[in-house]
Design a protein around this ligand. Structure first.
Ligand code: AHG
Ligand code: MN
Ligand code: MN
Length: 333
């Protein structure tokens, strides 16, 4: 296959992708550089002192891993200087991240999970970075939270980097979903998975079954369906759950299947489950829909949900269209 870089691919699709303006290309370039720097650190994590915890607790109430913090700082440092953003929001930061006055700004808003799957960092299991890009509605007064709290359908682009057996980038600007693999010898992400489509029905379900006793009856009925020999396939789906959304999602995107993080009663402070709407569910929902799949919270399309706050959590059922439709049918009864 001719070696096509991400930026070449974006420019080739320029006519189809209104996002391929110079400023968007600049944004993507800086994000790619940040990912290469994070990938380098992840790939030598066992050798240098970036394993373990920083000893701090983040806004999510979670222990901050050194690589979480490192990835967060790398992205903020690079993207502040990109000259195309008016604001950023990170899973690791309680509030909006302003762009210091000394840097140029633009109309794009970047929301990101700097390192997804943190519990897997120290045991060499795939982890990733998730990003979601919006344009602010009004370019007049200074950016406010309402510019950022847009529903997922308004995203102009979304994607993720996955640091696994290889480092990949998967993203969409609304014109298909495309995968690129990092060739470390040239330091470029090269097109390896053009126009990804998720199989209409999968053979895999991904959920943390240890929460069974914290689920409501409908959720139990959904999970029981996928592992039942009496389901429409006539045989149980295979359970595959890594504990990194990016890795579980990426596998199901390519092979077909459904990933579920339902609402549960294990933590009264988090009745909607653990995953965040803005930096996890929305970007993955945009990708899966442009790959022919579906993403709901059980009843509502993820991309239609009007966010009320920055770190809002949402139940997530995402993947092959027929499998997610089955979830909607059970919840809708
Ligand atoms: P993060 O590391 O960014 O906090 O995300 C971890 C998330 C997601 O990657 C994964 O699907 C989920 O946590 C696993 O949660 P459980 O351990 O509760 O199953
Ligand atoms: Mn995450
Ligand atoms: Mn994270």
């Amino acid at each position: 296959m001719r070696q096509i870089t991400v930026i070449e691919h974006l420019l080739i699709h320029q006519k189809a992708s209104p996002m391929a303006t110079g400023r968007f290309t600049r944004l993507l370039n800086e994000l790619i550089l940040a990912a290469k720097i994070i990938s380098r650190e992840v790939n030598k994590a066992g050798l240098v002192d970036v394993l373990g915890f920083t000893g701090e607790t983040n806004v999510q109430g979670e222990q901050v891993q050194k690589l979480d913090d490192y990835a967060n700082r790398v992205i903020i440092h690079r993207m502040q200087r990109a000259g195309v953003l008016c604001a950023m929001a990170s899973e690791e930061n309680a509030d909006l991240i302003e762009i210091p006055d000394k840097f140029d700004t633009g109309d794009y808003i970047l929301i990101f999970d700097p390192l997804d799957g943190s519990s897997n960092i120290d045991v060499n299991v795939s982890i990733g970075t998730i990003f979601s890009i919006f344009k602010r509605k009004n370019s007049t007064q200074s950016v406010t939270l309402s510019d950022v709290l847009q529903k997922g359908a308004q995203q102009v682009a979304a994607g993720y980097f996955i640091y696994g057996s290889s480092t990949m980038m998967v993203y969409t600007t609304g014109n298909g979903v495309h995968g690129f693999t990092l060739d470390p010898s040239v330091g470029e992400f090269l097109l390896s998975h053009p126009d990804i489509k998720i199989p209409e029905q999968g053979k895999i379900y991904s959920v943390n079954e240890s929460y069974w006793h914290y689920w409501d009856e409908k959720t139990r009925e959904v999970v029981s369906y996928f592992k039942s020999p009496q389901n429409e396939r006539g045989r149980p789906y295979s359970l595959r759950y890594i504990g990194s959304l990016v890795a579980d999602f990426h596998r199901n995107l390519l092979y077909g299947g459904i990933f579920m993080y339902p609402a549960d009663k294990k933590d009264p402070k988090k009745p909607s489950g653990k995953l965040r709407l803005l930096c996890e569910a929305n970007p993955m929902a945009l990708i899966v829909e442009h790959a022919g799949g579906m993403a709901i919270d059980g009843r509502r399309r993820i991309l239609d949900i009007e966010p009320q706050e920055l770190h809002q959590r949402v139940p997530l059922f995402i993947g092959s269209k027929k499998d997610v439709q089955k979830v909607a049918e059970i919840f809708g009864k």
